[in-house]
Design a protein around this ligand. Structure first.
Ligand SMILES: *Cc1c(COP(=O)(O)O)cnc(C)c1O
Length: 392
């Protein structure tokens, strides 16, 4: 019988593996921070740090010097506050989705700052602060064109009245299409944000997401809120990626088989071998976030194995995919196949799967062996338990 650690290693060798380079994550934060020209650089770690794991990501970011974090949900804020309790208790945590109805007390209990995005939320926070006898902090979300969350210009006067009951610490808005550098809408949104700010009492302001930080207008204000670029996504689509790679994803070849011309592969026989072909079946499917749309479009998703790019053939299924390895070097059972890594960027995979890199990252599944690396040390973390590799 295998002992616990031995069994763990054997299991890991056969599992699809998601490697997160926390050193590269920290480096990306430092690059963005330098870019912000004196404005504070926060980190957006919503959706479990874009699928990579909020606790290890937030530790690495806090250690690099990040003092302000953004999550989407109250529950994400509570998890992050617990995770940072021992190492970065002073970190500010903003909750982008605003005030959960009747939940005001929970924000205060976990020292979370709601981003208030409508008059009803502002009223609720003001009433709560009044009843609590304390000027608790909150941020204000100003709508400048997204029409999703945020105050309209007509709401601002009433908001100013209500704000006397609490401490407004940030005015923010969000770009609609900052990844399109030439979109006139970017300038329009900056102007609208300036106009709204002029009607509010003086307070720090924030507008930029990752791509916003690369606009020529450089509207950094006091605080930037990058997410995607921290995790290695390209904030400047169409140009070279200025960020370091953070994520490596590999799957494992379960078997290799030769099929004759005219044979089909996968569900519904959507692909027919044009000639004798060699196929590899890998342990990765749509339940792992390898999107089924990647096998439905006109161009198949590529993976990298045997030194070459190889196309997925047939439909991606829940737990498995099939790769045509006829044109690459030798491949055998147990070999690793690159899904994301030095040869395949997040944005490339996304384009082939007909989506955006944000969706690729946030769909990364729960079944991977997850490895977090930091230059010389590496830790293995799964299900919220961290075991340092030295104890394995
Ligand atoms: C997600 C989000 C961000 C981060 O955006 P990226 O494009 O990932 O950098 C910033 N601000 C708000 C309001 C968001 O919802």
């Amino acid at each position: 019988m295998q002992d616990g650690a031995g069994a763990e290693n054997v299991r890991a060798a056969g599992q699809a593996t998601l490697r997160t380079d926390l050193g590269a994550l920290a480096e990306n934060w430092r690059r963005l921070s330098a870019r912000a020209e004196g404005a504070e650089c926060a980190a957006v770690v919503k959706a479990d740090a874009y699928g990579l794991g909020v606790a290890p990501a937030a530790f690495a970011l806090a250690e690099a010097g990040c003092k302000t974090f953004f999550v989407a949900h109250l529950s994400e804020g509570e998890i992050l506050r617990r995770a940072l309790w021992d190492t970065a208790a002073q970190a500010r945590i903003f909750v982008l989705n605003g005030l959960s109805p009747a939940g005001s007390r929970l924000y205060v209990q976990s020292a979370l700052i709601p981003v208030l995005g409508s008059l009803p939320e502002i009223e609720e926070w003001a009433d709560f602060c009044h009843a609590d006898g304390a000027l608790h902090p909150a941020a204000l979300h100003i709508d400048t064109g997204m029409n999703r969350l945020g105050l309209a210009p007509a709401d601002l006067n009433r908001a100013c009245d209500l704000m006397r009951a609490f401490t407004p610490v940030l005015a923010m808005s969000h770009f609609v299409s900052s990844e399109d550098m030439s979109a006139p809408r970017n300038r329009l949104q900056i102007d609208r944000f300036e106009q709204a700010r002029a009607k509010l009492p003086p307070m720090p302001a924030s507008l930029c997401n990752s791509s916003g930080m690369f606009l020529e207008d450089a509207p950094f204000f006091d605080l930037c809120r990058p997410g995607y670029a921290l995790y290695g996504g390209n904030p400047t689509p169409g140009s070279d990626n200025p960020m370091r790679r953070v994520v490596d994803l590999s799957a494992v070849v379960l078997q290799v088989r030769d099929i004759a011309a005219g044979e089909t592969a996968g569900y519904n026989a959507r692909w027919t071998a044009p000639s004798r072909r060699r196929l590899a079946t890998i342990n990765l499917g749509y339940a792992d976030g390898f999107l089924r749309s990647g096998s439905e479009g006109p161009i198949a998703v590529d993976v990298f194995v045997g030194g070459h790019y190889c196309p997925i053939v047939g439909r991606i299924s829940m737990d498995l995919s099939i790769v045509d390895i006829s044109e690459t070097g030798p491949v055998k059972r147990g070999d690793r196949v690159e899904i994301l890594g030095p040869n395949i960027e997040i944005d490339d995979l996304a384009a082939q799967a007909g989506t955006i890199g944000y969706e690729i990252l946030t769909r990364l599944g729960p079944r991977f062996h997850r490895v977090y690396e930091r230059s010389d040390e590496s830790v293995f973390i799964q299900n919220d338990t961290a075991i340092s590799s030295s104890s394995m």
